[in-house]
Design a protein around this ligand. Structure first.
Ligand SMILES: Cc1cc2nc3c(=O)[nH]c(=O)nc-3n(C[C@H](O)[C@H](O)[C@H](O)COP(=O)(O)OP(=O)(O)OC[C@H]3O[C@@H](n4cnc5c(N)ncnc54)[C@H](O)[C@@H]3O)c2cc1C
Length: 398
C-alpha cells in the first residue's frame, strides 16, 4: 500500500489551499478558528463559494455535480477545508440526504431536491434521534400513517442540529408497528413550514443554541415525499450513516488547533518567559502531535483501502478514526482552554447573562466555551462506546 501523494495530488492540495485562502472571507475563517458560532448566512456564503467551484458535492454522481474523484482527492479537499478553518459544506445536505436521494430517490425527487440541496437553497436537518432512540435508533416511535395521498406524522425528534435554520427535515418514521423494528421504518422528506411542526431550542453546556427538539402533531406529508420504498428506510439510513468515511477523524481541524495553540503559547507570558518555554507544556503538545500523526497514517490506510470498497458499505476502520479523532479534537480544545486560563469564559456568546465585556485577549473568551462544546464529538454520529462495540464485532469477532 503506497501512502505517498502523487505529484498531481500535491498540486491539487496547493490549488485548494490557495483557493480557500483567497475566496473564503477571512473574517469567517478567523471567527470559526476562535470557536465562535457562525451565522446561517456565514455558512451559506462559504457553502455556495465551494459549490460554485464544484467542491461542495464532488462525491455525488456526475450528473448531479459529482467529480469522479479518487478517495485521496476527497480526503485532501476535506483536510484543507479543516486546516483553513473554513466551515465545511452542510453535512446534512451533502453527505446525508443528497446521496440518499441520488441513490434511492425517483427522478422527480432528484430534479426537485438535488440541485437546491447542493447549492444550499434548501437547508436540511436530520430527524433520526428521539428520546429513547439514539444508540438504539431502530426503537424510534415517531409514526406516519397513511390517509389518502398523505402521511400523517406524529411524534418527537431530538438533538436536531440547526433545525432552527432548516427548510426541510429528513426523518425516519415508523410506518409499520407490527413488523420487526428495523423493518417498519420509512425515510420521509418533510417541509419544515408544514403546519403542526414545532421547533424548541436545547441550550448546550456552552450556552449555545445548536440543537433542538422537533415536535410533529398531525403533520400532513404528501406521499410523493417518501424516498424509495415504504418500510425500507432502515436500509437507506444505513447507507447514509456509512457514507461519511474519509473526513470523520477531522485531522485537519486538530492540526489547525495545534498550530494556533503553539502561536498563542509563544505569546502568553508565564514566569520569566512564555508558556512555550515550559517543557511540560511542550511535552503535552508533542504527545498530541505524535498521536495525530499515527491517526493520520491510519486515515491514509483507510483512504487507500477505500478504492476497492463498494459505495455505502461502512469500513469498520472508520470506528477507530471516530474514537481517536474525537479524543484528539477534545484534547486540542482542552489545550486552548488551558492557554486561555482564567480569561476563558464558560459561555462566551453572551448566553451567560453577563453584561460586562470579556477581559483578556479577545480569542481567549471563546476558548472555554469551545472546550465545553466539543464534549459532543464523542457522542454524536454514534457514541464512542458504540464504535467500540462495532470494532469488537468486526475485528475481534465478539
Ligand atoms: C451535539 C449533538 C448533535 C446531534 N445532532 C443530531 C442530529 O442532527 N440529528 C439526529 O438525529 N441526532 C443527533 N444527535 C443525536 C446523537 O446521534 C445521539 O445523541 C447519539 O446517537 C447517542 O444517543 P443518545 O443521546 O440517545 O444516548 P443513549 O443511546 O441513551 O446512550 C447513553 C450512554 O449509554 C451508552 N450506550 C448506549 N448503548 C450502549 C451499548 N449498547 N453499549 C455500550 N454503551 C452504550 C452511550 O455510549 C452513552 O454514553 C446529536 C447529538 C449531539 C450530542
Amino acid at each position: 500500500m503506497d501512502l505517498r501523494f502523487t505529484p498531481e495530488e500535491i498540486a491539487f492540495r496547493r490549488e485548494v489551499r490557495a483557493f480557500l485562502r483567497r475566496e473564503i472571507p477571512s473574517d469567517i475563517r478567523r471567527r470559526l478558528s476562535e470557536g465562535r458560532h457562525l451565522s446561517k448566512q456565514d455558512m451559506v456564503t462559504c457553502h455556495r463559494i465551494l459549490n460554485a467551484r464544484g467542491w461542495a458535492v464532488p462525491h455525488w454522481p456526475r450528473e448531479w455535480g459529482g467529480q469522479d474523484w479518487s478517495p485521496v482527492l476527497h480526503y485532501i479537499l476535506q483536510e484543507e477545508i479543516q486546516r483553513a478553518a473554513v466551515p465545511p459544506p452542510l453535512p446534512f445536505n451533502v453527505s446525508m440526504v443528497g446521496p440518499v436521494i441520488a441513490q434511492f430517490g425517483n427522478e422527480a425527487q432528484k430534479r426537485r431536491f438535488l440541485p437546491a440541496t447542493a447549492n444550499i437553497d434548501m437547508w436540511w436537518c436530520q430527524g433520526f434521534s428521539e428520546p429513547g432512540a439514539g444508540s438504539d435508533l431502530a426503537s424510534l416511535r415517531t409514526r406516519a400513517e397513511r390517509d389518502g395521498d398523505h402521511y400523517v406524522v406524529n411524534g418527537q425528534k431530538t438533538w436536531t442540529t440547526l433545525a432552527q435554520h432548516a427548510d426541510w427535515i429528513f426523518c425516519l418514521v415508523r410506518t409499520n408497528r407490527e413488523a420487526k423494528k428495523q423493518e417498519g421504518i420509512s425515510f420521509l422528506l418533510i417541509d419544515m413550514a408544514t403546519p403542526g411542526i414545532t421547533v424548541r431550542p436545547i441550550i448546550t453546556i456552552d450556552g449555545a443554541h445548536e440543537v433542538n427538539e422537533v415536535f410533529f402533531d398531525d403533520v400532513r406529508v404528501p406521499i410523493e415525499n417518501l424516498v424509495g420504498e415504504e418500510n425500507k428506510g432502515w436500509d437507506y439510513a444505513k447507507f447514509l450513516l456509512g457514507n461519511e468515511r474519509t473526513g470523520i477523524a477531522r485531522i485537519g481541524l486538530s492540526k489547525e488547533r495545534i498550530t494556533r495553540a503553539k502561536q498563542l503559547a509563544r505569546a502568553t507570558p508565564a514566569g520569566d518567559g512564555t508558556l512555550w518555554d515550559d517543557p511540560d507544556f511542550r511535552k503535552r503538545v508533542a504527545l498530541i502531535e505524535v498521536q495525530l500523526k499515527a491517526l493520520e497514517i491510519t486515515q491514509m490506510r483507510v483512504v487507500a483501502g477505500a478504492r476497492g470498497r463498494s459505495a455505502g458499505k461502512p469500513d469498520p476502520n472508520s470506528s477507530i478514526l471516530k474514537i481517536k479523532g474525537s479524543e484528539l479534537q477534545q484534547a486540542t480544545t482542552e489545550l486552548l482552554k488551558d492557554i486561555a486560563g482564567p480569561y476563558g469564559l464558560p459561555a462566551a456568546d453572551g448566553h451567560d447573562g453577563a453584561n460586562e465585556p470579556p477581559v483578556g485577549p479577545d480569542w481567549a473568551a471563546f476558548a472555554a466555551a469551545m472546550y465545553f462544546n466539543y464534549r459532543k464529538v464523542s457522542i454524536y454520529g454514534g457514541s464512542n462506546e458504540i464504535q467500540r462495540n462495532i470494532i469488537a464485532k468486526a475485528f475481534l469477532g465478539l
